[in-house]
Design a protein around this ligand. Structure first.
Ligand code: SF4
Length: 195
């Protein structure tokens, strides 16, 4: 018998008082994931996306996330826009296709910062909305999350949020809220595909 997504997640979390810090790649992806995860734990959203170019686009996507946080009445923690740090880290990988080695580094940078912030603020778990996108490899994201769990010493919430129509639900809520939907992932090097 197929286990319900929420039952599976609740079994992992164990209690609705467990504190989870969730990295959000954008407002539209955060919609369906917040709807699913917020009732199962004490959830806070986290914004750190130094990969997004240009700066105006980063601000626009953050505005979307603020709308989502208000709609679901969950706290939002914002970190700065450190694009130089991102470009330094992906040097030599600029020509990689989306889904290649540059994206591994991009996931790592964003998830590592989330884990560090979660640890600093006393959260029990960290996770990310990234896997809700059909363009993102959940197995790879979970591998990176587990690696960071060891490095930072805070638990990664294993997930594949695209399961059980997660992406479809994100498009429905985004349209209800009138959210802007970007047509590229984020950096200047992978502007061909929708996030
Ligand atoms: S294509 Fe997306 S995931 Fe890959 S490096 Fe660029 S912003 Fe990051």
């Amino acid at each position: 018998m197929k286990t319900d997504f929420n039952t599976e997640m609740l079994r992992t979390l164990g209690s609705s008082s467990v504190k989870v810090l969730m990295h959000c790649c954008c407002g539209p992806c955060a919609t369906a994931v917040t709807e699913r995860v917020a009732p199962l734990c004490a959830l806070s959203l986290f914004w750190y996306n130094p990969n997004i170019m240009p700066r105006e686009e980063e601000a626009k996507r953050l505005e979307n996330l603020i709308t989502v946080a208000r709609f679901f009445d969950v706290p939002l923690i914002k970190d700065g826009y450190d694009n130089e740090f991102f470009t330094d880290n992906i040097k030599g990988l600029e020509k990689e296709k989306e889904g290649g080695k540059r994206c591994d580094v991009c996931f790592y940078i964003r998830l590592k910062r989330t884990a560090e912030k979660a640890k600093e603020l006393g959260f029990d778990y960290f996770c990310s909305t990234l896997s809700v996108s059909p363009h993102k490899n959940a197995t790879l994201i979970n591998e990176i999350g587990k690696r960071i769990e060891q490095e930072v010493g805070i638990k990664w919430l294993v997930n594949d949020f695209k399961k059980q129509n997660g992406f479809k639900r994100s498009t429905e809520i985004s349209s209800e809220l009138g959210l802007y939907r970007q047509n590229y992932c984020g950096c200047a090097y992978g502007r061909q595909t929708e996030n």
